[in-house]
Design a protein around this ligand. Structure first.
Ligand code: CA
Length: 128
C-alpha cells in the first residue's frame, strides 16, 4: 500500500516514514500542499494541517475535488471544531499529535478497509 505523507516537519516525517516502511507500507513524502495536490498515485494520504504554502484543510478540499482517495488528517490541535471541520470537507479520519504508530496504522487499515468495501458494493450495483 502506497502512503502519501504530507508533512513539513522533518523529524516527524522521518520517524513516520521509518515506522510505516518497517510495517510494510511504501511511503512517498512531500512537504508542501502544492506537491501533495500534484501527486496522484497513492492509496491513502496522511495530511498535516500546518504546511508552509496552504493549510491541510485546503489540500484536503483540492484533493477531494478530483479524487476519493482516503485522507487521514494529522493534527497538532485538539480542538473539536478542527476535527469536525476536517471531516466535513472530506477527510476520512484524523489523529491528534502526538500519536503512536500503532494507532495510526490501525486507522489507516480501518479507512482503507471501509473504502474497499464500499467500492466493491458500488461495483456490484453498477455491473449487475
Ligand atoms: Ca506542520
Amino acid at each position: 500500500m502506497k502512503v502519501l505523507l504530507v508533512e513539513d516537519d522533518a523529524a516527524i516525517a522521518s520517524s513516520l516514514r521509518i515506522g510505516l516502511e518497517a510495517s510494510g507500507f511504501t511511503v512517498q513524502h512531500v512537504t508542501t500542499g502544492e506537491q501533495a495536490v500534484g501527486t496522484h498515485d497513492c492509496d491513502i494520504v496522511l495530511l498535516d494541517i500546518g504546511l508552509p504554502d496552504f493549510d491541510g484543510f485546503e489540500v484536503c478540499r483540492r484533493i477531494r475535488a478530483k479524487s476519493d482517495v482516503p485522507i487521514i488528517m494529522l493534527t497538532a490541535r485538539n480542538e473539536e471544531i478542527d476535527r469536525i471541520f476536517g471531516l466535513e470537507i472530506g477527510a476520512d479520519d484524523y489523529v491528534t499529535k502526538p500519536f503512536g504508530l500503532r494507532e495510526l496504522i490501525a486507522r489507516i487499515r480501518a479507512v482503507t478497509r471501509r473504502r474497499t468495501v464500499s467500492q466493491s458494493e458500488e461495483n456490484h450495483q453498477h455491473h449487475r
